[in-house]
Structure formats: structure tokens, C-alpha cells
Design a protein around this ligand. Structure first.
Ligand code: TMP
Length: 223
């Protein structure tokens, strides 16, 4: 752990509106970093643990028609607390690079900006549930809402994909606001570009962040 009690290793999260290709891109980044010699672990939210994978269909199953906004926020956060405790923190402590498809910022974007729950309360909840774990770098795979939604076939849509355009616009605006407020942590990537180009840009950003933090292949953070 460093002086701030943060584990070693390096924690990168992927965020963004629907249809930005996060899950494909996160696996491409994992493969590219492994080739560079980094020990990489890839996980996703909600999920990544036995409990989290049980919670996932409760939240996303299209047959689940209604949940109160707080039920939704608390279930996403419960899955996250388990993922941090079981997977993310132990791996960071071993000096690994952990890549996570969505994290606390998704709750702020979707349940905060999207559903209108109080942002300060949600932030406090995230801090408590994750033991104050903040990503070292967050990549915002950004694209216009309509373009993203159009990429998801109807039979692959989850419960949240089926929300109104206005909801998704609020989520999108929320992401842009969070990224603008913390430019040290966030990097925006144009997800509407050609996928090979997106992958190259993401790899460049990840390698720059790792080098800047002094995290080298198969080696722990030096700080
Ligand atoms: P996806 O990452 O495969 O797109 O699916 C996850 C969906 O769940 C997506 O619509 C965003 C939503 N979500 C929230 O609303 N809050 C959260 O905290 C997380 C992790 C995801």
C-alpha cells in the first residue's frame, strides 16, 4: 500500500453510454497489455463474483420491469462492494493491472444523473462500499446517445437500454460533466471511430498512465 492506503498495482475503468464497445475494447486492451508483459485481470460490473453474477439478472433482465431507483442503486453498489473485496483489492495488492468494465461512476451517471438520486449521497455510498477505492485512470468511451443505442440489437437490449432517450441523454451529459470535473483521472476516447483506431488510442492512454505512475511490466508500483 502507498501512503494513502491505496493498494499497489493499477486500476483502470471503462465507462460510457450504451453501445460504445466497452466490452470488446477492454479485452483488446487486456491482450495488448499482457503482450507488453503486464499481469492483467479483467472484470465487469455488475458481476465478476458469484454473488455479483447472481445480482446481474435482477438488475438487467428485460423481464424485470420495475425497481425503485434506490433498490437499483443499492443492488449495483452491493455487487461492487463484493467485487472490490473479493477481486479488485486483492489483485491490486499483488501489483496487478485491473481493468473493470464500469465502476462507481456508472452509478453516479445512471442512478444519479439519469434517475435523479442525490449525487452527494451516492458518492458517499460509493466511498463506503468500496473502501474509498478510486480508479487510477478512467476511459470514457464516448459517442452520441442515438448512435450508441442503434448499435444494440433489440433482442440484446437489457432493462436499462430500454429507458427513454431523455434518460440516456442525462446519463451522457453526466459522464461529460464528471470527466470535465476531474481531467487528471478521466480520458475521453471517441468510440464512434473505427474499432482498430479506438483500440490504439486506448492502448496509448493506458501505457502513458502506467508509465506516468511508474508501473512497469511484472513489477509493482515504485511509489
Ligand atoms: P453494460 O455495461 O453491459 O452496458 O450493462 C450494464 C448496464 O447497467 C448499463 O445499462 C449501465 C447499467 N449500470 C447502472 O445503471 N449502474 C451501475 O452502477 C452499473 C455498474 C451499470
Amino acid at each position: 500500500m502507498d501512503a494513502a492506503g491505496k493498494p499497489g498495482g493499477f486500476f483502470i475503468t471503462f465507462e460510457g453510454p450504451e453501445g460504445g464497445g466497452k466490452s470488446t475494447q477492454i479485452h483488446r486492451l487486456a491482450a495488448a497489455l499482457a503482450e507488453e508483459g503486464y499481469v492483467v485481470w479483467t472484470t465487469r460490473e455488475p458481476g465478476g463474483t458469484r454473488l455479483g453474477e447472481m445480482i446481474r439478472p435482477l438488475l438487467l433482465g428485460p423481464q424485470q420491469t420495475r425497481l425503485s431507483p434506490w433498490t437499483e442503486a443499492l443492488l449495483f453498489t452491493a455487487a461492487r462492494a463484493e467485487l472490490v473485496d473479493e477481486v479488485i483489492r486483492p489483485r491490486l495488492q499483488r501489483g496487478e493491472v485491473v481493468l473493470c468494465d464500469r465502476f462507481s461512476d456508472s452509478t453516479l451517471a445512471y442512478q444519479g444523473y439519469g434517475r435523479g438520486l442525490d449525487l452527494k449521497t451516492l458518492q458517499r455510498l460509493q466511498a463506503e462500499a468500496t473502501g474509498h477505492l478510486t480508479p487510477d485512470r478512467t476511459l470514457l468511451l464516448n459517442l452520441p446517445v442515438e448512435a450508441g443505442l442503434a448499435r444494440i440489437p433489440r433482442n440484446a437490449q437489457d432493462r436499462l437500454d430500454r429507458e427513454t432517450i431523455a434518460f440516456h441523454q442525462r446519463v451522457h451529459a453526466g459522464y461529460e460533466q464528471m470527466a470535465a470535473q476531474d481531467p487528471q483521472r478521466w480520458r475521453e476516447v471517441d468510440a464512434s471511430a473505427d474499432p482498430d483506431q479506438v483500440a490504439r488510442r486506448i492502448l496509448e492512454e493506458a501505457l502513458a498512465a502506467l508509465r506516468q505512475a511508474g508501473v512497469h511490466p511484472a513489477q509493482r508500483r515504485s511509489a
